[in-house]
Design a protein around this ligand. Structure first.
Ligand SMILES: [Zn+2]
Length: 98
């Protein structure tokens, strides 16, 4: 028998968004309370600080705007849902097997 584990994540559990280079695995974590929706502009439109791999995201493109909206949405949903009786949780696959 195989069981699959799942994790439930509350928006208020999200501390930061991690941007990781797919080439060298260098990463930067931006705390959502540090204004990530504004910081994502510079990060997404740039390249890896270590190996210089370009992210290939054109400034002001649809994909750049999607990243901005994603970051802004995380900030907004955490603030909006804090302390409410309705819980909004993300269900994600857990690591390993039970
Ligand atoms: Zn890199």
């Amino acid at each position: 028998m195989t069981a699959e584990s799942k994790w439930l994540i509350d928006p208020e559990d999200i501390l930061a968004v991690r941007f990781e280079c797919g080439n060298c695995r260098a990463a930067v974590s931006v705390p959502i309370k540090a204004g990530i929706s504004t910081q994502v502009n510079g990060i997404a439109a740039g390249s890896c600080r270590f190996c210089k791999t370009p992210w290939e995201i054109t400034p002001n493109s649809a994909e750049h705007k999607a990243l901005q909206q994603f970051a802004a949405g995380i900030e907004e949903i955490a603030a909006t849902m804090a302390g409410r009786p309705l819980k909004v949780r993300l269900e994600v696959r857990g690591e390993g097997k039970l």
